[in-house]
Design a protein around this ligand. Structure first.
Ligand code: FE
Ligand code: FE
Ligand code: ZN
Length: 292
């Protein structure tokens, strides 16, 4: 299994710091944003310190990682042309950065239709993806399964399939499954993840899943909320999430934790939980006392 978390990328070290952070958690993969997820300020590719990062990855046999596009990209917005145009322009640059960094997977939230309805939103996403994807593109865009908060598109597999259907170069598309989002969208991740995969397979083969976001949820199944919880502390629970890591089809798929920082060992500040969560998932036992 390939297990990691999202990591930062900032300061002088940039991507080298991201790899160091991943290694400090005992991870063998990771996910990063090319800058703050809530804005579009980005450094030049030459300033990302990519060669040094790759040397350290090589020394530690890390071969796969994924990039996440910022949340503010909304290809589904048909109300504000500027928002849509920014999304297209920025997404093109994210594809360039992802390729330059050496990843073949860019995770993207499909978008929110902001009141104009699912059909209009999906048509706009398709149009945007058709503007950025080319047959030469080495990067796959992995559409993330969403919780269905607000007017989010991508909370049903059928919606993702409609996006695939409309995109000309859809061999460049993939799926990122987020367990918290699936739970909040109404899927029974807790008791029947195999059943969720069978539903998925009505639309896509499992090999379309290029990344898994492994998160517990603060909310009940179907709450349409999207609030992540630490592994074993939420409504999905440790056993079901551990089960996801053991599925043989995902042996080579990056499994990424996006769980919240929390107090650990009575710390004053909230700390990254990833080292403990990765250890608990590798050894197959939930041990909440590790966080005390
Ligand atoms: Fe996401
Ligand atoms: Fe996610
Ligand atoms: Zn989320």
């Amino acid at each position: 299994m390939l297990l990691g978390s999202h990591v930062g990328m900032s300061g002088k070290e940039m991507m080298l710091g991201s790899v160091k952070e991943a290694l400090s958690y005992g991870a063998d993969t990771f996910m990063l944003y090319t800058g703050a997820p809530q804005n579009t300020r980005r450094k030049e590719i030459s300033e990302l310190n990519i060669p040094a990062a790759h040397e350290l990855m090589k020394a530690n046999a890390i071969t796969k990682f994924v990039v996440h596009a910022p949340y503010i990209i909304n290809l589904a917005n048909t109300v504000s042309p500027e928002t849509y145009e920014l999304a297209v322009t920025f997404l093109r640059k994210e594809i360039e950065r992802t390729e330059a960094m050496g990843s073949d997977t860019l995770v993207l939230h499909p978008g929110s239709h902001v009141g104009e309805g699912e059909d209009a939103g999906i048509a706009s996403i398709v149009k945007g993806l058709n503007e950025v994807l080319t047959p030469e593109c080495k990067v796959h865009i992995a559409l993330e399964t969403m919780a269905g908060k607000g007017s989010e598109i991508g909370c049903r597999f059928e919606q993702l399939a409609r996006i695939y259907d409309g995109v000309k170069w859809n061999s460049k598309l993939r799926i990122c499954m987020d367990t918290c989002h699936l739970n909040d969208a109404g899927f029974d991740v807790k008791n029947d993840f195999e059943g969720v995969l069978r539903q998925f397979e009505k639309y896509f083969p499992l090999n379309q899943i290029a990344c898994i976001h492994l998160n517990d949820s603060k909310n009940d199944q179907g709450a349409a909320k999207d609030r992540h919880e630490n592994i074993g502390f939420g409504t999905i629970g440790y056993d079901a999430l551990y089960g996801v890591t053991q599925i043989s089809e995902f042996a080579d798929t990056p499994i990424i934790l996006e769980t919240p920082y929390r107090e650990i060992g009575g710390s004053a500040d909230k700390l990254a939980p990833y080292k403990l969560e990765i250890a608990m998932l590798r050894n197959g036992t939930f041990n909440p006392k590790l966080f005390d």
